[in-house]
Design a binder for this molecule. Structure first.
Ligand SMILES: NC(=O)c1ccc[n+]([C@@H]2O[C@H](COP(=O)([O-])OP(=O)(O)OC[C@H]3O[C@@H](n4cnc5c(N)ncnc54)[C@H](O)[C@@H]3O)[C@@H](O)[C@H]2O)c1
Length: 391
């Protein structure tokens, strides 16, 4: 089985490592630097398992900019390109997927196409009508950034969606490829309509956003009333129906997926009654405004930002809650400096980048979405809502 993968980010690269264990993989990107790094055995993203995989220079994995040849010569093309949320159209921008589909159509090959990018509910059925010569499947991806390959080696489930009954065999074959690459036995596998499969992805991420929002609003209440958040959460979560996981307060949910996927689901509800989905989206903005007000209430002269990333071990800060908190505080005239070791320039977001030592020296208040022992000597200056150094 010859496989091509379009888009070598968290999703594409982890799948390239996984699938190349058993099949030759041509890994395609439009970013020449990324392709060069991968072929040199260097991971362009922070993920220890992907780093280990690439440093071993897997003989079955080759990265390329030559998309047309890669797609023409493949039995399966997996699409893992970005789908950013567009606030103007209230929907994901799916143009990168359509660029790949157009290239596949013109390549002369006849591969099964599997969309791994997250898409609006109903997208695969509608795009299959436009590209009616292609067999297009949708398979939601559930990995976490920083643990991308680990999560694909130990998947919670494999879901593949089809648009017509005759594609079931191809769906089962793709599920088998994922299963074969994993280190688990008997991974629960579901084959269903593509629209249900798309809904699974958006409902799963919106549920996670709900859970983060719930414990953040609990924390907003406790902080406003001078109560111990820790005691309340511990008591609430001992109920096994609630569970003691994914309950650590933060400045808001962030990262590439939760903010955009919950907004996309809300958009899919356009003609369907709901209260909760809208509340999950709005709750995050309210939380960040609350955090900013708590910071401003301390009348700081200079606020230091300890990391822009959402969590320890992350190497990017796409849609991180800290970004919005910074905007809200800066709009009120407070000086801001940022410590973010993954950045090397002099400035980030219009604010100076400083060393950790300068951050501690120069600021009267330090914001940390996640606590780190780096900050132990300035503990009294730190504002964080992190209780358990996890999630
Ligand atoms: N990051 C996650 O945790 C995660 C989890 C599940 C699902 N997803 C979904 O998977 C998709 C990809 O996410 P990601 O985080 O891996 O993205 P990413 O931004 O890390 O990587 C995307 C890659 O695609 C490349 N690309 C863009 N257009 C291309 C094209 N036309 N042809 C080939 N390559 C192209 C980019 O250069 C980039 O290297 C998104 O739809 C996302 O919502 C992401």
């Amino acid at each position: 089985m010859r496989i091509a993968i379009a888009g070598l980010g968290y999703v594409g690269l982890s799948l390239a490592c996984l699938l190349s264990k058993n099949s030759p993989v041509e890994a395609v990107d439009i970013d020449a630097g990324r392709v060069e790094k991968i072929n040199a055995g260097i991971s362009p993203i922070a993920d220890s398992k992907i780093e280990d995989c690439l440093s071993g220079k897997p003989h079955n994995l080759h990265a390329t900019l030559d998309a047309t040849s890669a797609y023409a010569d493949s039995d399966v093309v997996v699409i893992a390109t970005p789908t950013n949320y567009d606030d103007a159209t209230h929907s994901f921008d799916t143009s990168s997927i359509e660029d790949v589909l157009a290239l596949i159509s013109g390549s002369g090959g006849n591969p099964t196409v599997v969309i791994k990018s997250t898409v609006p509910v109903g997208y695969t059925a509608s795009i299959s009508r436009r590209f009616d010569k292609l067999r297009i499947l949708f398979s939601p991806e559930f990995l976490r950034e920083g643990h991308a390959l680990e999560d694909n080696l130990h998947p919670s489930r494999i879901v593949v969606g089809i648009t017509k009954p005759e594609d079931e065999q191809a769906a089962r074959e793709f599920a088998r490829l994922l299963d074969e690459g994993s280190e688990e036995k008997d991974v629960p596998t579901l084959v269903m309509g593509s629209t249900e499969a798309e809904a699974i992805k958006l409902f799963a991420n919106t549920y996670l956003a709900l859970r983060v929002s719930f414990f953040n609003e609990l924390d907003t209440y406790a902080e406003s009333k001078g109560l111990s958040t820790r005691q309340i959460i511990e008591g609430v979560c001992l109920d096994p129906r609630i569970g003691d996981q994914y309950n650590n307060p933060s400045f808001g949910y962030g990262g590439y997926c939760l903010p955009k996927d919950s907004k996309q689901l809300l958009s899919n509800y356009a003609d369907v009654p709901q209260n909760l989905i809208r509340a999950i989206v709005d709750s995050n903005a309210t939380r960040k405004e609350f955090i900013a007000e708590r910071v401003l209430a301390r009348s700081p002269r200079t606020v230091g930002i300890y990391r822009l990333v959402m969590k320890a071990g992350s190497d990017n800060f796409r849609q991180s809650a800290m970004l919005d908190v910074i905007k809200l505080i800066a709009a009120r005239g407070v000086e801001i400096v940022i410590y973010e070791p993954t950045l090397t320039g002099l400035e980030a977001l219009g604010h100076p980048l400083v060393s950790l030592a300068e951050l501690k020296e120069r600021c009267d208040l330090v914001l940390a979405n996640r606590w780190n022992d780096d900050l132990a000597d300035v503990r009294e200056k730190v504002y964080t809502r992190d209780l358990w150094q996890r999630d």
